[in-house]
Write a protein that binds this ligand. Sequence first.
Ligand SMILES: Cc1ncc(COP(=O)(O)O)c(C=O)c1O
Length: 446
Amino acid sequence: MFVLDLPPDELRALGHYVWDRLVDRWEDLDVQPPIAPLQPPLELPPCPAGPTDPKQGVDFLFDTVLPRGQHADHPRFFARIGSPSNPISVLADLIGTGHNTFAGSWTGGAGATALELTVVDWLRGWMGMPPETEGILVSGGSVGTLTALAAAAHAKVDDRDQATGYVQEHTHAAVGKAWRILGFNPANLRVLKADPAHRLQPAAIDAAIHIDRQAGLQPFLLVGTAGTTSTGSVDPLHDLADQARQEDLWFHVDGAYGAPARLTPRGEELLSGIERADSLVLDPHKWLFQPYEIGCVLVNHPGLLQHTFTLDGAYLRDTTNDHVQMRERGPQLTRSSRALKLWLSLTTFGLDAFRDAIAHGIELAEHAEATLRSADWEIVSPASLGVVTFHRPDVDSDAMVRRITASGYAAPSTTILEGRTVARLCTINPRTTKRDIERTVERLEK
Ligand SMILES: Cc1ncc(COP(=O)(O)O)c(C=O)c1O
């Protein structure tokens, strides 16, 4: 009699079967559409009272449920920001789930915590932030931003109604969302106009701060983006860090997708100043090739995360000791170990493979830019951190992107720049080839 279990032989066979199906998926990915055409919602049967064949259930997931949607690891998924995952990290997720790993306390997960502190410190070092910087792995950029802004508020804000922050028009909406969730006054998040290169303009910040201080508001937050989602532009990070210091503001950097580029020589140059952030968010599930979900928030104020997220309760007494408790660095108490996948993939492939894969993404966007230029497209924003945007007056970008996506060959996306809808390619997948780019541009032509 097995209670919520299967005999070991059956489990082994089922596991092999699932892994085979996954490897088949990866082998066939190229011939699948990067984004499945929208269909009517699935009609699902009611929950059965008795057992059913798990293999049938597995097939149903693979064949019917999961093909619906986007495949952000597809080599021609150029939309928004892809998630070009790797299979070793998938195994690590399985290992973590198989151990039902608890990474919320030292008692609950001493090994997992040690691993997390290690990979967080690797990330910290690659970003050039000071050794005393602390961090935590979270679900992604949105929760990372929420965590960072909660810490910033804890450190700097007395009155959330007067607190004022500065972003630019291309700052990711995750910042505005965190702002609202944390109870700041939505009217006090200044969305400044970007310069023609889609970067924050320090002079505009100066002017806005001056007006706000005169009005009795309390400026406390300046957000720079290291890789905007629309164009890959990088705000002038050193200027912003200087301004933040002068004006006593918290300097948050959103490097959710772009920050890992600092691992390459060109990225290091472009992202110079990122290391001066008070808080930095980066998402390994974007340009560090991890499957969802894994983001990281780094805060250069020792002890602040713990003060912000401190948690006690009589029921936790037995797990209180002198070690780091990850439950006190972020919003979650019960949390799985996101460190396993980053650690296992980095140690399996080595850091140089990651560097090369990121450099490849940067080069692919440049190749896309050159290919588009020679086909007479207007380059609206040149290749930057793996993103290029383009337009042609006689082409409806929305219709073009819809058509090529519906064809199942490639999935670019659109964005709005200076009031115009333009097309956009994000080329961060190391499995994408130059030929993929050329064929995609040929098809856009048609
Ligand atoms: C620059 C930037 N910030 C924040 C986010 C939000 O990250 P997530 O979707 O992991 O919550 C994204 C997502 O694409 C992003 O590109």
